[in-house]
Design a binder for this molecule. Structure first.
Ligand code: SAM
Length: 191
């Protein structure tokens, strides 16, 4: 679903999209599950794209939980809002997560599920966004994101993993999710 629209956005904004196709349901469920969505009262999704991971989050989300997403691409915002009219999707950078938490009347979240293309980001943007993750997560809060297998050996992928280890101390890595194009692993950590 939405494969062609996703590909079109990738052609126009390759670094910000970072993938030629949306994640598979298998990868989406692995990321949402690794983030501990079902235990959290405040959940934020970074970079929902066309909403594959959003759907996996909604399968696990507590009915009383506060949940919103931050997506920088207006086309994807429109698609995700249309698919999930009851989900709040802000058209803004994930770097501004604190502002939306405060607007919602809370000062931290217990869970961040990220679909951001970390390995296409430069050093500074990786730092900015990772600092936001650490800033808005409550103590004990969980973070999960994915990266394509081939990106784990690229300099930007190695740099990102080191930053995650430095930020969280302990980093979990799942087995590869083969049923995704391309195959990916999920990184997960607890503050
Ligand atoms: C690899 S795509 C993943 C989309 C979707 N989560 C999935 O798994 O199919 C990366 C997404 O992150 C979004 N994105 C990139 N930089 C962002 C930022 N700074 N803040 C919020 N979203 C961003 C892109 O527009 C795109 O939707």
């Amino acid at each position: 679903m939405y494969v062609l629209r996703f590909l079109k956005e990738f052609v126009n904004h390759p670094a910000a999209i970072g993938a030629v196709a949306p994640s598979s349901r298998h990868l989406a469920r692995k990321v949402a599950g690794s983030a501990g969505v079902g235990d959290a009262s405040v959940v934020i999704e970074f970079g929902p794209g066309t909403g594959v991971i959003t759907a996996a989050i909604l399968e696990l989300l507590r009915p009383d939980a506060l949940f919103f997403a931050l997506e920088i691409n207006p086309e994807f915002v429109e698609i995700t809002r249309k698919r999930f009219p009851h989900v709040t999707v802000h058209n803004d950078s994930a770097a501004n997560a604190r502002k939306y938490l405060e607007e919602a009347g809370v000062d931290s979240c217990q869970c961040i599920v990220s679909g951001l293309p970390w390995t296409t980001f430069d050093n500074q943007l990786q730092d900015t966004l990772l600092n936001t993750v650490v800033d808005v997560l409550a103590p004990g809060g969980r973070f999960a994101t994915y990266t394509y297998l081939q990106s784990t050996v690229l300099p930007s992928g190695i740099r990102f993993r080191k930053k995650l280890c430095a930020a969280f101390g302990d980093l979990g890595i799942t087995r590869p999710v083969w049923r995704n194009v391309p195959p990916a692993v999920v990184y997960y950590a607890q503050k």
